[in-house]
Design a protein around this ligand. Structure first.
Ligand code: MN
Length: 236
């Protein structure tokens, strides 16, 4: 339906990464925007003051997104791969300087995702005042489950968010505990960049993050939104 025109590209253009939508269709991913430290107890476990300082953002490339059920090869250059379960908001309508009371009009739907993190690289970068990219924006670092459209689930503002490793619950909180709510995140983010349909926002993880290794089965979910499961396999 949305075919590009024939151009004389000198290499094959990148494939569009997409996320299935519950009920049909595919959501094309433009980029992934992530919110840092958006639950108090997680800010504390990362050694930071959980006061309500302005939110900050980092990004992952669109093709870091992989589907629910993926086998994820343990990534290179790390000995400390972490899971972070997150509520994911997907943008269905372009906007810039979106007022908070209009923010939800730009949301197409919600999903469950895992912000996979090379924690050792992230912490080293943090210490040195360097960018987080190599800790956060690596290949296959954003498993995201199918999207529930707003038409089906509305705008969930509370509900359990959880993650287990090999059946043991490691993260267990409520999305009502987000320091910055979805409308606030969308509004604040849109003051710095133009949000566009296809943008995906990972809203931050609650406390309980930890390491995973090859062989681990990681499952998680957000009540009213869905579930996700991945397995970690040996480095390929
Ligand atoms: Mn995160």
């Amino acid at each position: 339906q949305f075919e590009g025109t024939r151009m004389s590209y000198v290499v094959a253009p990148p494939k569009v990464t997409s996320i299935p939508v519950v009920g049909g269709g595919e959501f094309p991913v433009r980029r992934v925007i992530c919110v840092g430290r958006n639950y108090e107890a997680h800010a504390r476990e990362m050694g930071r003051d959980p006061t309500r300082e302005p939110p900050f953002f980092f990004t992952k490339p669109a093709d870091a997104v992989i589907p629910d059920g993926s086998a994820v090869a343990y990534p290179p250059e790390t000995a400390n791969l972490h899971y972070e379960i997150e509520l994911v908001v997907v943008i269905g309508k372009d906007g810039f300087e979106i007022p908070e009371d209009k923010a939800l009009e730009h949301v197409f739907g919600y999903a469950v995702g895992i912000d996979l993190t090379r924690r050792d690289l992230q912490m080293a970068a943090r210490e040195l005042g360097r960018p987080w990219d190599w800790g956060k924006a690596f290949d296959d670092s954003a498993p995201i489950a199918p999207i529930q459209p707003v038409a089906k689930v509305g705008h969930p503002a509370k509900g359990r968010i959880w993650l287990s490793v090999n059946g043991t619950v490691k993260q267990d909180a409520d999305i009502a505990d987000l320091i910055w709510s979805v409308p606030e995140i969308v509004s604040i983010c849109s003051r710095s960049i133009r949000l566009k349909a296809g943008d995906v926002i990972m809203t931050g993880t609650p406390a309980g993050v930890g390491a995973i290794v090859a062989g681990d089965k990681v499952e998680g979910g957000v009540d009213g939104v869905g579930k996700i499961a991945i397995t970690i396999t040996p480095r390929s």
